[in-house]
Design a binder for this molecule. Structure first.
Ligand code: SF4
Length: 98
């Protein structure tokens, strides 16, 4: 994927977020029931949610839920794993940064 195809990220809500203050997309305690609530609400208003969804589902296709982390496109790791109908199965993590 080229840099040009990722230009939409400049418009992402998370791109302008000060993660030094707090990172709701990767909470310190992901096991808490409300751990992803803030991230999901922020994603809900993100102008590039559709682009984010397509990218994360492609990159994580076939990835076990145990290798997925954080919230992308308003979806937590379990939700993305349930939506993955790629039919592929990988034992390794997602193909980020390729
Ligand atoms: S949908 Fe959420 S994770 Fe995706 S770019 Fe927008 S704010 Fe970031």
């Amino acid at each position: 994927m080229s840099v040009g195809q990722r230009a939409w990220r400049e418009h992402a809500t998370c791109a302008g977020w000060d993660i030094d203050r707090t990172d709701p997309w990767f909470p310190a305690e992901p096991g808490r029931p409300d751990a992803y609530a803030l991230a999901k609400s922020l994603c809900d208003g993100c102008p590039v949610l559709d682009e984010c969804f397509r990218e994360v589902m492609a990159l994580e296709a076939g990835t076990s839920k145990y290798y997925r982390e954080g919230v992308y496109a308003g979806l937590d790791p379990d939700e993305r794993a349930r939506l993955d109908h790629s039919g592929r199965r990988r034992r390794r993590g997602p193909r980020w940064n390729r």
